[in-house]
Design a protein around this ligand. Structure first.
Ligand code: UD1
Length: 420
């Protein structure tokens, strides 16, 4: 297992290029199961998660080739398997994304139930109920979700409660090949959902309402292969913005979509960062004292749950008391105890973290517990006095391409070492 050794404090300066979005790439990869030939997806981030999802698709029988961030996927070279086994799904929850496409393309899918994650339960009831609304028979069998629709899926009506990114994508992938019209209500509006819809439309699907809460889908008999470029990763961009908030300095981000970042930029400005545009770059600068913030996570266009840990690392150094509430995952606070090891003062009660800003953090050994929590620890380590060791960085490798090299290029003293 690898660890990061970080010697702080350093400020960050320079340019960084933002990679394609992991959370957009994964549903696009699943959607390639629906095409009648070879899909080509470019700007795919080279991550543990995208590699792993490719492995799942290959095990299902897809032909896959991944090089230079371009992914070619063809489901037509051999008969597809319809089972996503426990050993794969338990390592990667997003495997649930094959449920809808396999059902639509093969009339059957069997996907191991993903179970919870590091910070608590992550139900998939909406994925199942959405398939039922499209006429599938869905049952649970020894830890597997088994879905069947021998005569094909039929258009139907379904309302997501609560709003779910994953379930919206999954049911959408089923509905595009269902007979007749489907009406989906209270849909997720995240840019990753919009990108999936646009890619499906490019392949011949009929979808109206993308980017709104209501999607209307007219099923088609078949889809062409997907041709698309993955949108920039707004969470990775947000993490670099937060890195400058925590550590101070001035960094220019290349290749990000500011319209996807508005909710994050608002909070970063409240923290005391100056954010501006310079040609194609988004520039973040923080020279003054960090200010306290009040943040509540919400579905897009609200502030993303995937950014609250990184913002908490900045709030730990603010001049006053900050409040961070996660309404999407009220238990997603495993980073709190680790940030406290670095000297942060945080109280956790009823899904709200109250952060009493301190004047400095101190380096210490800490443990990464999940992807975004790990990012927060790395950022805190860059700003902390002395040495921080972040263990179990495989979590961070799931979602960031060589983050240590890119932070080092900005001036952080960070290196990857082997840790037993
Ligand atoms: C996706 C992202 C994840 C992000 C999350 C919320 C991917 C691969 N992952 O996860 O990084 O943190 O969106 O923006 O894109 N829910 C149910 N029943 C369901 C499904 C979800 O009750 O069947 C609830 C969840 O418990 C949660 C809320 O819906 O409270 C939102 O979760 P959801 O949007 O589905 O998250 P994911 O798609 O799993």
């Amino acid at each position: 297992m690898d660890a990061f050794i970080i010697d702080g404090p350093t400020t960050l300066h320079g340019d960084v290029a933002i990679a394609g979005a992991k959370n957009a790439a994964l549903p696009l990869m699943a959607a390639a199961l629906l095409g009648n030939g070879e899909s080509v997806i470019t700007n795919v981030p080279d991550l543990a998660d995208t590699r792993f999802f490719l492995k799942l698709l290959e095990e299902l029988g897809m032909a896959g080739e991944f090089s230079n961030n371009t992914l070619r996927l063809d489901p037509t070279v051999r008969e597809l398997e319809t089972t996503a086994p426990y050993d794969i799904v338990r390592k990667m929850r997003a495997s649930i994304y094959v449920l809808g496409p396999l059902l639509a393309a093969r009339g059957e899918s069997r996907v191991s139930k993903p179970g919870g994650c590091a910070w608590g339960p992550r139900p998939v009831d909406l994925h199942m109920a959405g398939m039922m609304a499209l006429g599938a028979e869905v049952e649970e069998d020894h830890g597997y979700i088994v879905a069947r629709c021998p005569g094909g899926l039929k258009g139907g009506r379904f309302r997501f409660e609560p709003v779910s990114v994953g379930a919206t994508c999954n049911v959408l992938m089923g509905a595009v090949l269902a007979r007749g019209e489907t009406l989906l209500e209270n849909c997720a509006r995240e840019p990753e959902v919009v990108q999936l819809g646009e890619a499906l439309i490019g392949a011949g699907a009929h979808i109206e309402g993308l980017g709104t809460q209501t999607l209307q889908i007219q099923g088609v008999d078949s889809l062409s292969p997907l041709k698309c470029a993955v949108i920039p990763d707004r969470i990775e961009a947000g993490t670099f913005l937060a890195a400058v908030a925590v550590a101070g300095g001035r960094v220019r981000l290349a290749g990000c979509r500011q319209d996807h970042l508005e909710p994050i930029i608002g909070v970063l400005r409240d923290l005391g960062c100056v954010i501006s545009e310079e040609g194609d770059f988004l520039v973040v600068e923080r020279t003054g004292q960090l200010q306290p913030v009040k943040v509540e996570t919400q579905p897009f266009p609200g502030f993303p749950t995937d950014m609250q840990a990184q913002v908490m690392a900045a709030a730990a150094l603010a001049d006053g008391v900050s409040f961070i509430t996660d309404t999407i995952y009220p238990d997603r606070f495993t980073h709190v105890a680790e940030l406290e090891r670095l000297g942060a003062r945080i109280e956790l009660k009823n899904g709200t973290a109250t952060i009493m800003g301190v004047s400095e953090l101190q380096g210490a050994p800490v443990m990464a517990t999940d992807l975004r929590a790990s990012a927060a620890l790395v950022l805190a380590g860059i700003a902390a006095q002395g040495r921080t060791t972040v263990r179990r960085v495989y979590h961070i490798d799931r979602g960031y391409e060589r983050i240590e090299a890119r932070l080092a290029a900005l001036g952080a003293r960070i290196e990857r070492v082997k840790d037993s």
